[in-house]
Design a protein around this ligand. Structure first.
Ligand SMILES: [Zn+2]
Length: 448
């Protein structure tokens, strides 16, 4: 393998790489769930990617997500039913492409995959540059999706181009996929996972382009959402009132505050508990309250206060489907215990409703693909660290359905995803492209 040839090709075509990324951002591929303006959709971006793939002469497949064909996955984590039922999947094609290897029987295969949809950017006036103008200033590209995760996706595409144009095609097959609908549930990836499985396609390893700041992420956690309803009793807030045991009011917001204080205590305990920490994760698993909704009138005691929360769960805490019933039970028992200690709540315990659960995944550190990846990432930049992603990614579907071990690797700071002034260093996109190309080449030339 001639590393320098690949480097040179990518350096020479740096403007094409960034140009393609800009074009994708400018197509405004906002997921329809968040699109507030007509015409924001993924189809335009998929068209750009499709046209690029057509110039490469690879095998091409394109298909819409058909929900009724995915029924068998309904009970699996991440199968979001609540709103996909309301979303139209027509004219939102997934793309799959294959660059056949020169000797696929004897070379390992790889899948490069990413989502083309992005979240909305309705806070346009707060951006330094318009979120869909994709402008570069001082070597930094600004734009919605440059981090999450068009930068990773387009790097993968140009990595394949570099392999083709430098006549470096390896023994094993290189697959590529650009999927829709990640930002509202992951149904796009599920459809690709199912497509691969039903065709009996075996792929030995995969790279998903979620932002990792050029580290290699082997892990994503299960993310579980829940709501908790805390019930009080209303009454006039400015008036003298009897004690609640004599029929007086109970301030539901105050009770919610008590519950939140207890959750703080639980989090403190979890932060030092070994089973709530993973050596690759920066953060311990916590219960984070993200939304509060309480009260109904400025002169009345609040009758109800609702807390919406997020619990992160590590792979070792989950069952075979990646679900965390044990953690949910632990939390329910905890709330029951602290409620029992409160005279009002003991008789009126909070009601917990589990909203949805996104699965987790993990590739072992000593997997041969990880070794190859680490080595090649180290040659293009500082050594890439092995990390875990704090946020959820769609790797679980690929691990569970067609059983492909998939790591995440992409340019950009993940903390900037979905944010105002989402931005990414141009140089990092180039580095990502080189690392992906070299990793694919070494891996796909390895004997099966
Ligand atoms: Zn993403």
């Amino acid at each position: 393998m001639n590393t320098q040839v690949i480097y040179d090709y990518i350096d020479r075509h740096k403007d094409d790489l960034i140009g393609l990324l800009q074009e994708c951002i400018r197509s405004k591929p906002v997921n329809p769930l968040y699109a507030t303006q007509h015409g924001y959709n993924e189809a335009a971006c998929e068209k750009i990617i499709m046209e690029k793939l057509e110039t490469l002469g690879v095998e091409l497949y394109s298909f819409d997500v058909e929900l009724d064909k995915l029924e068998e996955y309904r009970d699996m984590p991440g199968f979001i039913t609540g709103y996909t039922d309301q979303i139209d999947f027509r004219n939102r094609p997934n793309i799959v492409a294959k660059l056949p290897g020169t000797d696929p029987e004897h070379g390992r295969s790889v899948l490069l995959i990413g989502h083309c949809d992005v979240v909305a950017a309705d806070d346009t006036e707060l951006w330094k540059h318009h979120p869909f103008a994709a402008e570069v200033e001082d070597g930094v590209l600004y734009g919605r999706g440059c981090v999450d995760e068009l930068g990773g996706l387009v790097s993968q595409l140009i990595a394949i181009e570099a392999i083709i144009r430098t006549d470096s095609r390896p023994k094993g097959d290189i697959w590529f996929s650009s999927v829709v609908c990640e930002e509202s549930g992951g149904t796009g990836v599920l459809a690709v996972a199912d497509w691969l499985k039903k065709r009996g396609i075996r792929i030995d390893a995969g790279i998903m382009g979620e932002p990792t700041d050029l580290d290699i992420s082997l892990l994503c956690r299960n993310i579980t959402w829940g709501d908790m309803k805390i019930i009080g009793r209303t009454g006039h807030l400015e008036e003298w009132q009897p004690h609640w045991s004599e029929g007086g009011p109970v301030d539901a917001i105050k009770k919610a505050r008590y519950i939140m204080d207890q959750i703080d205590r639980l989090n403190e305990e979890w932060s030092s508990r070994p089973d709530k920490n993973h050596p690759l994760e920066k953060l311990p698993c916590q219960v984070k309250v993200a939304m509060i909704n309480g009260g109904h009138h400025r002169s009345s005691y609040p009758a109800v206060c609702e807390l919406s929360f997020n619990i992160q769960i590590l792979p070792h805490e989950t069952n075979a489907l990646g679900l965390g019933p044990g953690v949910r039970k632990e939390f329910e028992d905890f709330i029951a215990r602290v409620s029992a200690a409160d005279p009002w709540l003991s008789g009126h315990p909070p009601i917990i409703d589990w909203v949805c659960e996104a699965d987790c995944s993990e590739v072992p550190k000593d997997h041969p693909f990880v070794k190859v990846f680490e080595k090649n990432a180290g040659t293009t930049r500082r050594e890439s660290r092995l990390i875990g992603s704090g946020f959820h990614t769609d790797t679980g579907w690929l691990m569970r359905v067609p059983e492909i071990p998939v790591v995440n690797y992409g340019p950009g700071n993940p903390a900037l995803a979905h944010s105002t002034n989402e931005r990414c260093r141009v140089e990092d996109v180039v580095t990502c492209c080189k690392t992906v190309a070299l990793t694919c080449l070494e891996w796909c030339n390895m004997s099966v």
